[in-house]
Structures are given as structure tokens and as C-alpha cells.
Design a protein around this ligand. Structure first.
Ligand code: NDP
Ligand code: PYC
Length: 337
């Protein structure tokens, strides 16, 4: 018997919604959270797909997140929109803040969306893709919990701090990358532990500061940044720009706020949107075409664009649905019932 359960995307979405609404999330949060979980599952981003749903409910059960919080959208400055998520999960806050971000970027060429006081569990690419779908260039970043040691150090300071970028293209999907500034996402370390797999060397150190490939020792020790001092500097930048700059917590502060509960981080997120039409005026098509020559130069030599795997997985899942481990299916069914 298979240890996986096959579901159509509609079945998977309905299951996710049933589980979250049964646990007390408002209809708006249920929809927004399920949308990003199913998007992750559909695109085979397993560390941020349905596997996250039990953790979302766990965050609720500790009494930490407000499952019915209605985010407040604040027109803060000509180029800045803020959304106070009011201690709810972030996807609904992003959905409600996005129209104002797009409007401001179209008017001025550049605008920022600062989300505050949000619990955060999701990948960032759904958000930068949504902004790129409006014809805008997008950048997003957020801290997490302090799990990651700085280059040359042994103790966690940074979060896994993802950064995502999207560039709209005249045809087809946008150019998108989205990665943790740690060598790998925390969720992937947890999946390695669940599946009994060893980590790659260079991903983590144990609690004594020694290199380890054991996921349990890594979870108790510290993760490492990608690219040594370069990833470390980027992780610090994300702490600053999506922390103090927007008046919100850094990863170490989020970890302290968690107070050992071991649930989703609570902090802010910063998104930037830039409108090529404002930067370039009537020359926009000429310069956008030059960008296309760079993409062609990458793929014509057999290299792939970031997100190419994800878009291929999306096409497969749109046609054939998804499959999830039976144990995960049963855990979500239990929450739904
Ligand atoms: P990966 O290392 O799996 O992928 C990073 C990026 O590189 C993706 O855009 C990926 O595209 C691309 N890529 C991978 N291999 C290649 C290749 N050979 N050539 C070109 N491009 C390539 O991501 P991470 O493990 O670092 O992060 C996974 C997710 O975790 C992200 O979506 C991130 O937002 C999320 N995350 C969220 C956090 C939070 O606090 N909310 C914290 C940390 C991570 P493709 O997808 O097509 O493979
Ligand atoms: O996988 O590192 C991670 C992560 C942290 C918060 C959400 N995802």
C-alpha cells in the first residue's frame, strides 16, 4: 500500500480549509493561509506546503496567534503603506496591503509595504509573484527566529531570513528567486529529521560548535549561512530592514517573544515594489527586451532560471494534483474532524 495519498488541488484546498476553520480561524484567514499552503504543495516546495499546516494549528493552540485578527491597513506616507497584522498570520495582511502598495508604486515608481506584528510561516515567492503579476518588480524579506550563527561565530543570531525577488517578463511567468540566507530553510532540516536523512556538510553546527550532518544535533545547535560571510551580511541586512527600520522585532527578539513555545516566529516583513513604466517611460519596452537577452543567455547554455523547477512542478500539479505523506494526510484529517 502506498505511503502517500493523491489529491486534486481542489481536494487538497478543501481539506486545508476544513482543518483551519474547524480549529477556529476566520474565513478570511482560512482562505489566505490555505492558498499559500496549497501553492507551496503544488509547486513542490515541500518545506512550505501542507507540511506546515499542523505547525500553524500548533501556534494557535499555544494561544499565541489571533485566528480572527482583522489586519489594519495604514496609509503611512506617500511611498509607504503599513499593515498592522494585529498578531494574526501574515498572508491575510499581505493580501489586504497589496492593492495600496501597487497603487503607490504605479504613482511614484517605488513604494514599500511594511507588515507589522505578524506570525510568519510562509514562503515569500507567492507574494513577489503577485506583485509581478501587476507588472511591477518586487523584493521581499523577513526575519524568523534566531537559529543561524553569523559567519565565524558559533551561536545563533540571525533567522533563516528569506529574500525573494520577482521581475515581470513580457511573456510567461516572471523571473523569481526566493531563498533563505541560511544554507537551507529550517523547514528542510525538519523534513530531513522526519525522513531520517543526513544533512549536507556546511549546513549546520552542533551545540558545541562542531560541524554536524545530524538534523537533530543541528536543530539543537545552529544553522549556517549560505556563502559564508556574504550570506551572513545579507542575513544582517534583512534583520535591519525588516526589523528596526519598520519598528519590528529581529530574529533574536522573536525567539525571546516565543519564550520556548517553539511556534511560528512573530515579527515584521518588508516588501518593495518598483514600476518599470515610471522609471523608463516610453523606453520601457526597449530596456525590458534587453533583460530578455540576459535570460536567453542563461538558458541557451543549459543553465536554468530560478523558479523554473517550481513552474514545471506547478504545471504537473495543475494537471495531476498532488500527493502528500499518509501520516500528514491523517494529521490534517484529525484537525479537520
Ligand atoms: P532553495 O535553495 O530550494 O531555492 C532557492 C532558489 O534558488 C529558488 O528560487 C530555486 O528555484 C532556485 N534554484 C535552486 N536550484 C537552482 C539551480 N540549479 N539553478 C537556478 N536556480 C536554482 O530555497 P531555500 O531552501 O533557501 O528556501 C525555501 C523556501 O523557504 C523559500 O521559498 C523561502 O521563502 C522559505 N523560507 C521562509 C522563511 C520564513 O521565515 N517565512 C524562512 C526561510 C525560508 P526552484 O524553486 O525552481 O528550485
Ligand atoms: O523554514 O526557515 C524556515 C522558516 C521559518 C519560518 C518559516 N519558515
Amino acid at each position: 500500500m502506498s505511503d502517500h495519498i493523491a489529491l486534486s488541488l481542489a481536494e487538497a484546498h478543501a481539506l486545508g480549509c476544513k482543518a483551519l476553520s474547524s480549529q477556529g480561524f476566520s474565513a478570511a484567514h482560512t482562505q489566505a493561509i490555505t492558498d499559500v499552503l496549497i501553492a507551496g504543495q503544488r509547486d513542490e516546495c515541500h518545506s512550505h506546503g501542507l507540511y506546515r499546516l499542523p505547525g500553524v494549528v500548533q501556534t494557535l493552540k499555544t494561544g499565541k496567534v489571533d485566528p480572527v485578527a482583522m489586519p489594519e491597513v495604514i496609509d503611512h506616507a506617500p511611498g509607504v503603506v503599513r499593515v498592522d497584522a494585529r498578531f494574526g498570520f501574515s498572508p491575510l495582511a499581505f493580501n489586504l496591503g497589496r492593492p495600496k502598495l501597487v497603487e503607490k508604486a504605479r504613482r511614484q515608481g517605488i513604494a514599500a509595504l511594511a507588515i507589522n506584528n505578524c506570525y510568519h510561516f510562509s514562503a515569500l515567492w507567492p507574494e513577489v509573484e503577485a506583485i509581478a503579476a501587476e507588472g511591477l518588480v518586487a523584493l521581499a524579506m523577513t526575519p524568523s527566529h534566531s537559529w543561524v550563527a553569523p559567519a565565524g561565530g558559533k551561536r545563533p543570531v540571525f533567522g533563516t531570513n528569506p529574500i525573494a525577488f520577482a521581475w515581470p517578463r513580457p511573456e510567461g511567468p516572471p523571473f523569481v528567486f526566493d531563498f533563505a540566507t541560511s544554507a537551507i530553510a529550517r523547514g528542510d532540516i525538519e523534513l530531513h529529521r522526519r525522513d531520517g536523512k543526513q544533512l549536507h556538510e556546511g549546513w549546520a553546527i552542533d551545540s558545541e560548535g562542531n560541524p554536524t550532518t545530524d538534523p537533530t544535533a543541528a536543530l539543537a545547535g545552529a544553522m549556517l549561512t549560505f556563502g559564508g560571510h556574504k550570506g551572513s551580511a545579507l542575513a544582517a541586512m534583512i534583520e535591519l530592514m525588516a526589523g528596526p527600520l519598520i519598528g519590528d522585532l529581529m530574529s533574536a527578539e522573536s525567539m525571546a517573544y516565543d519564550a520556548g513555545a517553539g511556534v511560528a516566529p512573530m515579527h515584521g516583513e518588508l516588501l518593495l515594489a518598483l514600476d518599470p513604466k515610471v522609471f523608463l517611460g516610453e523606453d520601457a519596452p526597449k530596456h525590458i527586451a534587453r533583460a530578455e537577452t540576459m535570460f536567453e543567455a542563461i538558458v541557451e547554455q543549459g543553465a536554468r532560471l530560478p523558479s523554473q523547477r517550481r513552474f514545471a512542478a506547478r504545471a504537473q500539479s495543475d494537471a495531476n494534483g498532488v500527493s502528500i505523506p499518509k501520516s500528514l494526510y491523517e494529521a490534517i484529517m484529525a484537525l479537520a474532524n
